[in-house]
Ligand binder design. Sequence first.
Ligand SMILES: CC(C)=CCC/C(C)=C/CC/C(C)=C/CC/C(C)=C/[C@@H]1[C@@H](COP(=O)(O)OP(=O)(O)O)[C@]1(C)CC/C=C(\C)CC/C=C(\C)CCC=C(C)C
Ligand SMILES: [Mn+2]
Length: 310
Amino acid sequence: MLQLPDSPPRMKTLVSVDESYKLCRQLIAKYSATFYLSTLLLSKEKRPAVWAIYAWCRRTDELVDGPASALTTPETLDQWEQQLESIFAGHPVENYDVALVDTVQRFPMDIQPFRDMIAGQRMDLYRSRYETFEELYLYCYRVAGTVGLMSTAIMGLDNTSTTAPWNREQPSYIPTQEEIALGIAKQLTNILRDVGEDARRGRIYLPLEDLARFNYTEQDLLKGVIDDRWRSLMRFQIARAEQFYRKAERGIAYLSPDARLPVWAALMHYSGILNVIERNDYDVFNQRAYVPQWRKLSTLPVAWMRSQVL
Ligand SMILES: CC(C)=CCC/C(C)=C/CC/C(C)=C/CC/C(C)=C/[C@@H]1[C@@H](COP(=O)(O)OP(=O)(O)O)[C@]1(C)CC/C=C(\C)CC/C=C(\C)CCC=C(C)C
Ligand SMILES: [Mn+2]
């Protein structure tokens, strides 16, 4: 029998590299004005690369959190992971990928944090409770800590820093834990800010062991009970998130000088959300903790000073 050759794969025409970066820029500006403003403080060559990373992270999160998330299955994420492998092999599949292909070629980086983020989104498909902080930490590392590893590959570490102890004492030290810490702190902050919203979707991210420690039940949380048990539980969670902010602060000294201001600015904004939660007397059920634009801008001079001396 005559064997017909396989039909050639249908090649989609994709946009140019510049057009693709423009799409990434539009995406970050639309979804997160604050991230966008922080990236404007970066050098012109690093900025678009961070937009490309942002676009990939946001699109990954949208798969499990966005309007079409009901259609997402484990197979969707398998396919997304294959698309990632293809990007790292230099073959973009969609318009947004063109910029990421360019970014990973200009700023060589490890694919593993990207795979880990997909594994984190996978957890959201089958998990709605976390028994221990160790389990929650793994989730936070995957969906947020990984962003630090991806971003540092672009921002760069500083080999001449006089403030980073590793240069003096351990010249080959790679500050991985510090790179991860800001994402962990930010995710823990998001979790505290979104307790009410998540509960309405049947999700509890706060470790159940912590609820038990303060004698506060799942039912209390689902009903939005605010009492002294809840306030103590929240103070405990805030103190934990703050430890990760402190670790990240120490890490900023390891970054290349031009990246320190945007990261300080971002850090001060995220940790400011914790202050708003405190000011709202820990009511995260009926009001969303929000840092107004004027307050974000007013912290910039302090962020600048810190970026010069620490
Ligand atoms: C050494 C040192 C201190 C290095 C710092 C490295 C660095 C720049 C770290 C950045 C850490 C960071 C900002 C992480 C983002 C964490 C985050 C927001 C995760 C979100 C996950 C899911 O949560 P949830 O669904 O609850 O959130 P939403 O309500 O849907 O928003 C994410 C949504 C995962 C996807 C992450 C992003 C879309 C953000 C990616 C951001 C960047 C690439 C920009 C980072 C750059 C700057 C200047 C901060
Ligand atoms: Mn999300």
